[in-house]
Ligand binder design. Structure first.
Ligand code: PEP
Ligand code: MN
Length: 263
């Protein structure tokens, strides 16, 4: 069902007027984790001033270590919703458990399926059965075909509003956190009719690579780019090494706009 052969025309996912897949370039930004109302509001307010309405933030955090910050859970979703309603923004957040999908519908505009849950088929079936757009990330060690089949699980249950996300895969290369498979973008655009996003933060894991990688993503045909932004990354409860502060985010946007690849 996700195949271009089945449906030749592009699927456009409309997020409260922010269209993904219509040939424009979109940015999704926000903190790695929701930490407080003030933290989210500060980032969202700045995004809004830059004309960016797609707000991300993790509430249920899939952390490698059980001793790391696990996220605020439902309280995090409440914070995101409150900020988004105040500033007229669109909320994207990860749900890790099939049991939480129904509850999340009241708070989210987009349900994110994270890399670690890319082949959690019960979760895929659950998000496939609800009327809410899904951001489907590639698993850390998934092939492109496995990502496509994951999206097929969602579409097979009736949900057509899917955005695919390349976020880097695990390789032997240690210079970056993951290896961004940039060619996945045109392959996914060719093989499927779904819009494609590139997560420059979790792929590179390096603040200094976010802007050039975002340019590469748009140049190769990505519909959207995701990047993490935090008011003070040094004290962030997760991903402190790769989130941009507001000044860095502003220069990231200036360079991207100057490149002509992002309008
Ligand atoms: C995230 O976007 O918050 C995240 C945890 O990313 P990934 O699932 O790609 O690691
Ligand atoms: Mn993160």
């Amino acid at each position: 069902l996700v195949s271009r052969k089945k449906k030749p025309e592009d699927t456009i996912v409309d997020l409260k007027g922010e269209k993904i897949g219509d040939g424009s370039q979109r940015l999704v930004a926000g903190p790695c984790s929701v930490e407080s109302y003030e933290q989210v509001y500060e980032v969202a307010k700045f995004m809004k001033s830059q004309g960016i309405r797609l707000l991300r933030g993790g509430a249920f955090k899939p952390r490698t270590s059980p001793y790391d910050f696990q996220g605020l859970g439902k309280e995090g979703l409440e914070i995101l919703r409150r900020v988004a309603d105040e500033l007229d923004m669109v909320v994207i957040s990860e749900i890790v458990s099939p049991q939480d999908v129904e509850m999340s519908l009241d708070y989210l505009d987009v349900i994110q399926v994270g890399a670690r849950n890319s082949q959690n088929f019960e979760l895929l079936k659950e998000v496939g059965g609800v009327d809410k757009p899904v951001l489907m990330k590639r698993g850390m060690s998934s092939t492109i075909d496995e990502l496509i089949k994951g999206a097929e699980y969602i579409l097979a249950k009736g949900n057509e509003n899917i955005i695919l996300c390349e976020r880097g895969i695990r390789t032997y290369e240690k210079a970056t956190r993951n290896t961004l498979d940039i060619s996945a973008v045109p392959i996914l655009k060719k093989e499927t009719h779904l819009p494609v996003m590139v997560d420059v933060t979790h792929s590179t894991g390096r603040r200094d690579l976010l802007e050039p990688t975002a340019r590469a993503a748009f140049a190769i045909g990505a519909d959207a780019v995701m990047a993490e932004v935090h008011p003070d990354p040094a004290v962030a409860l997760s991903d402190s090494a790769q989130q941009m502060d507001l000044a860095q985010f502003e220069s990231f946007l200036d360079s991207l706009r100057a490149s002509g690849l992002y309008k």
